[in-house]
Structure formats: C-alpha cells, structure tokens
Design a protein around this ligand. Structure first.
Ligand SMILES: Nc1nc2c(ncn2[C@@H]2O[C@H](COP(=O)(O)OP(=O)(O)OP(=O)(O)O)[C@@H](O)[C@H]2O)c(=O)[nH]1
Ligand SMILES: [Mg+2]
Ligand SMILES: [Zn+2]
Length: 392
C-alpha cells in the first residue's frame, strides 16, 4: 500500500476521520511499479518528484491552488470538472508529476461547506470555504450595520452546521454606537458578539479563544470592516495588504481579492476573504435551509394552534403573541419569512438541484457556453473593426 506522511498535518486541522478516509483511498491506488522502458513513451519524467501527497488547500485563484502539506505550500491545479468544486479549507489528495504544479486527484469528505449562489444569473454555487469550525462575521463600528444581511448570513452559516460569531471591529471608533450595535448584532440570532480593535490590539485574545489549535475560522464581512487588519494583528507580522476606507461612508475598496488560509501563532487557522456585497442563498438538498438561523421562531411556531400557521392573524398563534409581549422582534419574523420565500423560490426554480441531482447540471457546460458567446462577440468586433478600416 502507498504511504503518505501526515504527521505535519495536525496543526492544519487534520483529524481521525480524515485519516481513516485517506487510508481507504490509498488502498485503491496501485503502487507504482518499476518503469518499463518504452521507446514510444516520449521524454521521461523526473521519477523522484513523482508521488502522492495530501494537504489542505490554502489559496485559490481560479484554477490555481496552493496546497499546504504542513511544511510547504505546493502549487496545484485541478482537472476538468473539479475546478468548480475545490475551495479553501478543503483536504486534497494530490499527485506530483515532474516539476510542474501538482494535480488535485481527489477531495476528502468535507465536514461542512459554506456556499452561496454565485453572483449573476446562472444557477451555480460558489463554494467559499470548507471544514470550518467558526465563521466570524466582521463589521466595522464605523460602517452602517445591515441587520437583514446579517440575519441572512447567520442562517446560511447555521444551515451549514458552522457556528457564527459576530465581531464588531474598530471599537476605537465606536463611541456611543457600540451599545446599540451589540444589541442589534445579538438580535440577528447569534449568541456571541465580540468587540475588537485591530488597530489597538483589543479583543484579539477573544478571537484566539474561538479558534484554538487545529480549528479553522473564516472572516466574512463588508470591504473595509478590517478583516485583513485583524488577521495581520494576530499574525504579528502585518503581511496582508489592507486598504483605507472611503471618507463619508467608510466603505472599503475591496483590497483583498482572494481567499487565503493563515496559521495563527499559538492558535488555529484563519481564512481571509474578499469583502462581500450581497449574499444569495444556495440551499440544495441535504442543506437544512434557512430555518437553522431562526431556532427561536421555529420553537415558538411548534406551539401555534395550527400546524401550518403563517403567524398572521390565526387564533392561538404563539409567534404573534411573543411579538405582542415584546419577546420577539417583528422585523425578525419578517426577515425569516422573506428568507423562507426566497428559499421556496430557489427550490421551485431549481428542482434538479434541490432534489440532489446537482450533478446533472454540468458545471463545465455553462462555462463553455459563456466562453463561446464571448468568442462570437470578439469575432464580431474584429469583423466590424476590419470593415470600418476598409471604409465599408
Ligand atoms: N480605527 C480603526 N481602523 C481599523 C481597524 N481595523 C482596520 N482598520 C482600518 O480599516 C481599513 C480597512 O481595513 P482592511 O483590513 O483592509 O479591511 P478588509 O475587511 O480586509 O477589507 P477588504 O479586503 O476590502 O474586504 C484600513 O484602513 C485599516 O487600517 C480598527 O480596529 N480601528
Ligand atoms: Mg481584506
Ligand atoms: Zn403562528
């Protein structure tokens, strides 16, 4: 059987389940036999650099990946349909051939996966990160707090079986806002709200507590919230580029453009992400959906007189009762119902996805179509330009 050294992977979050899976996988891979000399086989590849390795994807840029094996980051690329699927935080079995980039052979089973619907019209997921323990929802105390988006994020994160933790950063600028914000953030369905100042190094220990050795967290939030600055402060090296926010509305300039995994000294791993603008749900089969972020309402709804209570004017509605008694915010119920409608629309619109036949929608298919369209456009433009120059 093939052997792969995994001793250095623990600090990247390697666990027993992953190890067992890898052992099984390796049983299926035939051991490389002695090379047969064959005049037709072309140039020989360097034998010593060939071989399998396992590591965690630490960086993604389109089809290019970096895979961390616990000691080094190795350049890798995906083959065919896998391109769409691999993301930061994934464990991958790779194969190295010659001196070029390694090839992702197979992804190991994910503990969880954070996805949203890819921006644009195409019904495709965008996988943001895999195998997370926590997602930090970072908001700057200088930016306008968007409760509706926060609720949407919390339910998406919960639905992926990941714990959401709100981080209110820039406490040095917060002033009197702070108290209201903490209340608002708590109303979004998260239990934990941390207050930090990346600039002054306040609250960094709180973050570390949530990401101990071997754990992984991703940072999500608007551009300019201070995600990269927070990671820099924790890295104690300041190696990630950060950018100033706009005067007036404190909006960031989308400084971070890729997702990347960082190892924090004396703690676990943090994934830096580009700032987000919007978040469309992606709730295929197997994903418990938006209800996960609204356990409080779900619990109340179970005690409503009617099983299909819409919490409008039905008698014996415990949800309305809770709102009237001031235990539940009416806006929160509205958010929940809005997300439920969105989810229902998604499931109706894309039944092939929600019934678990996602594989029928070939990821490459859309790309190819778009590529062709782009080529046709380009061709037409060149033709037009040619005619123009010929004076037609
Ligand atoms: N006053 C203050 N400024 C901060 C703090 N944290 C970050 N900043 C500033 O906020 C600006 C944006 O910080 P970044 O770390 O680039 O923000 P980001 O969330 O990574 O933004 P994107 O990469 O664009 O998504 C920078 O000018 C930082 O110096 C803080 O705690 N206090
Ligand atoms: Mg950044
Ligand atoms: Zn009801």
């Amino acid at each position: 059987m093939l052997e792969i050294n995994t001793t250095h992977l623990e600090r990247l979050g390697w666990d027993k389940d992953r190890d067992a899976e890898l052992r099984t996988l390796l049983l299926e891979i035939p051991e490389p036999g002695p090379t047969v000399e064959n005049a037709d086989s072309g140039p020989k590849l360097a034998a010593q650099s060939e071989g399998y390795l396992v590591g965690r994807i630490s960086f993604v840029s389109r089809k290019h990946f970096l895979v961390h094996d616990g000691q080094n980051e190795i350049a890798a690329r995906a083959l065919g349909g896998q391109t769409m699927q691999a993301c930061v935080g994934d464990w991958a079995l790779c194969r190295r051939v010659g001196s070029g980039p390694a090839v992702l052979v197979q992804l190991l089973t994910r503990k969880n996966l954070l996805s949203r619907k890819a921006p644009g019209k195409r019904p495709e997921p965008q996988h943001l990160a895999a195998n997370l323990d926590v997602v930090f929802l970072v908001a700057g105390l200088d930016e306008a707090f968007n409760l509706a988006r926060q609720e949407r994020l919390v339910s998406a994160i919960r639905a992926s079986q990941i714990e959401p933790v709100v981080v209110l950063n820039k406490s040095d600028l917060g002033g009197t806002l702070q108290r209201d914000r903490i209340a608002a953030a708590s109303a979004s369905g998260t239990e934990t709200v941390l207050v930090t100042s990346a600039l002054r190094g306040q609250g960094l220990d709180l973050i570390k507590e949530y990401v101990p050795f071997g754990h992984t967290a991703a940072l999500i939030g608007s551009s300019g919230a201070g995600k990269s600055t927070l990671i820099n402060a924790l890295l104690e090296s300041g190696k990630i580029a950060t950018g100033p926010v706009r005067r007036g509305d404190s909006k960031g300039r989308h400084t971070t453009t890729n997702r990347r995994l960082y190892e924090i000294p004396d703690a676990g791993l943090l994934i830096d992400m580009p700032g987000i603008r919007e978040w469309q749900l992606w709730t295929p089969a197997g994903n418990p959906g938006v209800t996960e972020g609204f356990a409080d309402i779900e619990q109340l709804a179970e005690t409503c007189a009617f099983r299909d209570c819409r919490h409008e004017s039905e008698p014996g509605c415990q949800v309305r009762l809770a709102i009237e008694a001031g235990h539940l915010d009416a806006a929160r119920l509205r958010s929940f119902q809005k997300l439920q409608r969105e989810e229902a629309y998604f499931r109706e619109r894309y039944p092939e996805i929600t019934s678990g036949r996602e594989d029928r929608i070939h990821p490459g298919g859309f790309d190819k179509k778009r590529q062709l369209k782009g080529l046709h456009k380009k061709y037409r433009r060149i033709q037009q330009e040619k005619r123009r120059r010929q004076g037609r």
